[in-house]
Design a protein around this ligand. Structure first.
Ligand SMILES: Cc1cc2nc3c(=O)[nH]c(=O)nc-3n(C[C@H](O)[C@H](O)[C@H](O)COP(=O)(O)OP(=O)(O)OC[C@H]3O[C@@H](n4cnc5c(N)ncnc54)[C@H](O)[C@@H]3O)c2cc1C
Length: 377
């Protein structure tokens, strides 16, 4: 029996790059294959809750992330005119110098993670995919799109919610499904007054979430509920975004509206979600991040779960020479943590689809979920 000495990670997103750094730190050699180019990251933001920040500290990138992003501690709810209805602290137990949560540009986070993984010795192959994958008794033989063949102890499928690796190894039966909502995201200069997560609610049930990402940047998102999936051409986005924002009179939103037609980065993405049943591995191929669990984003925790996955998988692989036992232990550790967060995110999504008939429940579920995550992963 010999443990994982060399692994191949398919997908260099948040989960893949965290796993790459965490594995290299434990003496496991890593090759990452990423189909995109380094500059192809989405030009929008992400919020990382405190549990994700703890995991980023383990791979040695916390200080860089804190310096590049915007730490925040309060959730404020306002009406459409900007009048404050509620304000509460995030429930994390805070250490000095550590915010409850951090907004950061996705491009910046990706650069920090890729730099750290490379410094630690990971080999990252951009614009590369897996052409063939053959399970062996004690490893996996992988043929890459550039023709090279890698024989590794474990393949980690970190290739996102539509994971081609999951389809190849687990079959089509576990396809993601549409959750009945999508998100409009819009990156803008940070309004001076925005120093925490703020939700503006209009009487018709529409809500805008506003998140600082850096001293000079913020992003606004709107969750739109529809029976069927919507897709938009890029030139349709500004018009529709302006229409949605026009339901709000808050000064911060009026200010943002000015930039909609002037080059602010706007994107739309429907929520396709899934939670894979255990085990999350077949043979020596294991699912990580969104490939294993893709959440609706109400708890801003999908990325945090993906980051934790990376650290926990590296930990289990380094703990034993028995790869099967390591992969089973990883799945079990993650199941109890991801399941409630997946369910709670979906509960808030359902409340929103019913136009907030359950009043303030969404914020309570939000706060209660972070109390769950305050325990060590
Ligand atoms: C609207 C929205 C808002 C969100 N907001 C937040 C938030 O604020 N906070 C938070 O924590 N989470 C948030 N999330 C969730 C978060 O974005 C995901 O959970 C996270 O990106 C998952 O990371 P991942 O690395 O597993 O997958 P991904 O980020 O999807 O990365 C997968 C990578 O695999 C690559 N890839 C795909 N196919 C192949 C292939 N065949 N070969 C090689 N490479 C491949 C892709 O190019 C990509 O780089 C949000 C999600 C949505 C949709």
């Amino acid at each position: 029996m010999s443990g994982a000495k060399r692994i191949l990670i398919v997908g260099g997103g948040i989960s893949g790059m965290t796993l790459a750094a965490a594995a290299q730190l434990r003496g496991i050699d890593v090759v990452v294959v990423e189909k995109a180019r380094p500059q192809d990251q989405l030009g929008t933001g992400i919020n990382l809750q405190n549990n994700a920040l703890q995991a980023l500290r383990e791979i040695g990138v916390l200080d860089e992330c804190l310096a590049a992003g915007f730490g925040w501690n309060t959730i404020t709810t306002c009406d459409a005119s900007g009048k404050q209805l509620d304000k509460r602290e995030l429930p994390w137990k805070l250490e000095p110098g550590m915010p409850g949560a951090l907004g950061i540009m996705r491009t910046t986070l990706a650069q920090i993670l890729a730099k750290r993984s490379t410094e630690l010795g990971a080999k990252i192959l951009y614009q590369t995919q897996v052409s063939q994958l053959e399970q062996l008794d004690d490893g996996v033989r992988v043929t890459l799109s550039d023709g090279t063949v890698e024989t590794v102890d474990v393949v980690a499928a970190s290739d996102g919610v539509y994971s081609p690796t999951r389809r190849l190894v687990f079959g089509d039966e576990h396809a993601p499904f549409y959750a009945g909502q999508g998100a409009w995201r819009y990156t803008i200069p940070r309004p001076r007054t925005l120093d925490g997560f703020t939700i503006f609610r209009a009487a018709n049930g529409l809500a805008v979430g506003a998140l600082p990402l850096a001293p000079d940047l913020a992003y606004y998102f709107i969750l739109e509920s529809t029976e069927t999936t919507q897709w938009f051409e890029p030139d349709q986005l500004p018009h529709r975004m302006a229409e949605l924002l026009s339901h709000f009179d808050a000064p911060e939103i009026r200010e943002a509206l000015d930039g909609v037609h002037n080059g602010g980065h706007i994107s739309f993405r429907p929520f396709d979600i899934l939670l894979m049943p255990q085990p999350w591995h077949r043979g020596r191929v294991v699912l990580v991040g969104d490939a294993a669990h893709s959440l609706t984003p109400q708890l801003t925790s999908g990325g945090g779960m993906a980051i934790e996955d990376g650290v926990v998988l590296a930990d289990e692989l380094a703990r034993t020479d028995d790869v099967e036992a390591a992969l089973t232990a990883y799945g079990r550790r993650r199941e109890g943590r991801v399941g409630p967060i997946y369910e709670n995110s979906l509960r808030i999504c359902e409340i929103e689809k019913g136009n907030h008939r359950e009043g303030d429940d969404g914020v309570r579920i939000f706060v209660d979920s972070f109390k769950l995550l305050a325990d060590r992963y």
